[in-house]
Write a protein that binds this ligand. Structure first.
Ligand SMILES: [Zn+2]
Length: 412
């Protein structure tokens, strides 16, 4: 049974029909529709005889094709989606992996030189409880148990209870880490979710790693004053200082060579039409693949905020909301990924990933990792209009299969 990328596209459509509606994909983790998707996946796997399957302590689904060596190549994806999500985010990875498992199983008559495992991570999206990468961060051991234990969904249901309903004891989720015992390489295919490959008119990309992130709130404090009686030269306008940050972060990003900065929120107090702004709070999200460059972007933003505060006679205070270091993928696997794309007849373009992915958690756990991206039409994801040309989906499965072969040889 040779690789059949068209079958992957057909299965993606079948899954869409089974678990989507007119608003898009509805496979939110730990909901009945997700359970249905998982049961459907299990059936797809079962037709390939001799694969051992189980759920681990964190609810990640594993299908294992035991090889001559216990050393394992892992292929990962996530069948969960955001509400009203797209038809490819996550499940392309999983179903592409299923097809590759079938091909390897058939080529080696059920006994490949190394063990090959498919993992469908639980709750990559964090759509219900606000915690992304739940299953993979449990597996990597990096999950923050204290923070995660407290989470509830919008109806007040505790994450801990939702997990229990699916047979998962939250206190034991880190036991899933034993799944990585023999992991020698991890590969993941994903839609790009951005416009870079589209703008270059290229179908496939080699992902170098995931951006490091610095996320802060910046609060400027001046003085509320009557908007009619206060001359312009007497104001301590917190909004004026904060507003100057907006063009500045574009300059900072431009100088950083590849980084991105976003002011995603701005709130003012007292926030009425007749008062100078006393307090202006903005959020800043900065991302870069290079740790030093990320640090430089942060320092530059701090320096700029202090200058704008001085100029406007207001105060400024910073508070870190969250940060993560850049996670770089394995150089050898990056090389194989480029070769696989070239072998499939496309031009390999190297790019970083802005969003985090399960692959980042696996890399953090010390397993050599790489991702392959396939172009997203319109550069849009987490939306029912998310799409990729079918010929690109097929090419992605073909190239990803070649990467799997190269990675297997390497592991062996
Ligand atoms: Zn995804």
């Amino acid at each position: 049974m040779p690789l059949d990328p068209k079958r992957t596209v057909a299965e993606l459509k079948e899954l869409r029909a089974l678990t989507g509606d007119e608003n898009g994909a509805q496979r939110v983790a730990f909901t009945p529709t997700w359970t249905k998707a998982r049961a459907w996946l299990q059936k797809r796997i079962e037709v390939t005889n001799g694969l051992e399957t189980h759920n681990d302590a964190a609810g990640n689904f594993w299908a294992t094709l035991h090889g001559k060596s216990d050393k394992a190549l892992l292929i990962g994806g996530h069948i969960d989606s955001v509400p009203n999500g797209g038809w490819l985010d996550g499940c392309l990875n999983t179903l592409g992996g299923v097809e590759i498992l079938r091909r390897i199983h058939s080529q080696y008559k059920g006994k490949p030189p190394v063990t090959v495992r498919l993992v469908d991570w639980a709750d990559e999206e964090g759509a219900r409880f606000g915690k992304s990468l739940l299953g993979s961060s449990a597996c990597s051991g990096k999950i923050d148990m204290r923070e995660t234990r407290k989470l509830r969904d919008k109806d007040g249901v505790r994450l801990v209870d939702a997990l229990k309903e699916h047979g998962i004891d939250f206190e034991k989720v880190k036991d899933s880490g034993e799944e990585l015992k023999n992991a020698a390489a991890y590969i993941e295919l994903h839609i790009e979710q951005g416009p870079v490959l589209l703008d270059l008119d290229l179908p496939l990309g080699v992902v170098l790693g995931t951006f490091g992130v610095e996320r802060h709130t910046i609060t400027f404090r001046g003085q509320a004053a009557h908007s009619g009686s206060t001359p312009m030269n007497r104001r301590r306008d917190a909004f004026l200082a904060a507003a100057k940050m907006s063009p500045e972060i574009y300059e900072i990003a431009k100088r950083s060579n590849g980084g991105v900065c976003t002011i995603g929120s701005c709130t003012t107090k007292p926030g009425i039409v007749t008062s100078v702004v006393e307090e202006c709070r903005i959020t800043l999200d900065q991302r870069h693949l290079d740790a030093n460059a990320l640090q430089r972007m942060l320092n530059e933003a701090k320096t700029a905020s202090e200058k704008f505060a001085r100029d406007g006679n207001v105060d400024v205070a910073w508070e870190r909301l969250w940060n993560i270091e850049p996670i770089l993928f394995n150089n050898e696997l990056i090389k194989f990924c480029g070769e696989a794309i070239a072998d499939a007849g496309a031009k390999p373009h190297r790019l970083p990933s802005g969003p985090l992915h399960d692959a980042a958690e696996v890399a953090r756990a010390g397993v050599p990792t790489v991702m392959m991206f396939v172009q997203s039409l319109r550069g849009i994801s987490h939306n029912k209009i998310e799409d990729t040309k079918e010929e690109h989906l097929e090419l992605a499965v073909t190239a990803f299969d070649k990467l799997a072969d190269k990675a297997m040889d390497w592991v062996a």
